[in-house]
Design a protein around this ligand. Sequence first.
Ligand code: AMP
Length: 280
Amino acid sequence: MKVFTKRHEIEAFLNEQRSQGMEIGFVPTMGALHEGHLSLIAYALQQTDISVCSIFVNPTQFNDKADLERYPRMPEKDLAMLAEAGCQVVFLPEVEEIYPEPDSRRFSFGLLDEVLEGARRPGHFNGVAQVVSIFFDIVKPDRAFFGSKDYQQVMVIKELVRQLQLDIEIVSCPILREADGLAMSSRNMLLTGAERKAATLIPDVLAMSRQMKVKGASIRVIRQSVMNILAKDPLYKLDYFEICDGETLKAMDTWDDAAKPVALIACFVGKIRLIDNLVY
Ligand code: AMP
């Protein structure tokens, strides 16, 4: 496995690979890797010739400084996991390598950046677009693999690729979950024992909401039930629970047979903010 920290070095290596006809797959991450990340690497290995993984905790996508500071960093362990998974190339740059000067670009994603995560974390998707566009420029992948755990992020990245007219296929991959249903996340390791136990309520209420839909409940009643359940647990603070059109992210008030509904949730368990979603 080759590990690069400098932009010009990985560019030179990948240019050489590309000139030999190799297809490049790319998995951007912020490290503290888990099986969910490794599943993206596995897709990249299956679908392309060279799998490139980046590990970079991108400061411009954090609107909360405390969240950035406490974000787990464990590059040694990450590298061992990537080598074990068969990843061929890792890019592990310092912040100055990616942002030699501040990135003042402002992207515009319309509704995609105005609802859910966009509304609660102002500037978050702009930061994501900044870093992903820089990485796309460095790696120039044929395909890039993203987890649908970050449902809205995948939509933003697809829109970014469309706006910049990049010839990159964005592959959305399924959510990997722990045995008790909790979506894998680097943030899970920040939970206390009690919070970790309580966190299974997130996939539980998502599953319950789908059951309620199957039984004919209205969106209003489902939302109220989810809010009531989470309000009873003192460890929880619900940020949002919305049922949206999965193709536009427009919030739905009533069921629409033509729409592909998705339930999206964000909540604080203790101090840690977790997100999850379920496509109905
Ligand atoms: P992160 O390191 O959290 O920025 O995540 C890097 C990539 O891994 C993103 O495309 C995430 O959506 C994806 N990812 C994170 N958690 C999971 C999971 N549980 N299952 C599948 N993909 C995931």
